[in-house]
Design a protein around this ligand. Structure first.
Ligand code: SF4
Length: 122
């Protein structure tokens, strides 16, 4: 009974996702702000916009995580994300195109070791 309720809640939580893939791009933290890049996760299918390893994504990509309150608080989800719609005072990541070109170049060359950290989701 409890297990079926948890499964139902989990399914309802997952159903909120619009499958937009907006969160499936590398993010970096630069000077305390989260920026989202246009570098997709290696497991994102760019045609379908779906994760190719969704059921085992957190195993395949240790940076991937299930959306929860901590992820929302970390402000790594894009503005169009269904999970942050209606979250008051939410500050979505900025586009990394707002960063100086020299910083973007540095990041692109070292994306596996970002400047101050990286978070990936889904
Ligand atoms: S940004 Fe939000 S709605 Fe879009 S795929 Fe990611 S979790 Fe789902």
């Amino acid at each position: 009974m409890v297990k079926s309720k948890l499964l139902r809640q989990r399914r309802q939580h997952e159903e909120r996702c619009k499958r937009c893939a907006g969160c499936c791009y590398e993010k970096i933290i630069y000077r305390g702000r989260v920026y989202i890049t246009d570098i997709p996760c290696q497991f994102l299918d760019l045609e379908t916009r779906l994760c190719r390893v969704y059921s085992r994504r957190c195993h395949e990509n240790p940076h991937c995580t299930v959306v929860d309150a901590a992820v929302i608080a970390a402000a790594v989800l894009p503005a169009q994300c269904a999970y942050v719609s209606g979250v008051r005072h939410y500050r979505p990541p900025r586009s990394w195109l707002e960063l100086p070109a020299r910083v973007r170049k540095k990041i692109t060359g070292a994306i596996t070791v970002p400047l101050e950290g990286s978070v990936r989701k889904k």
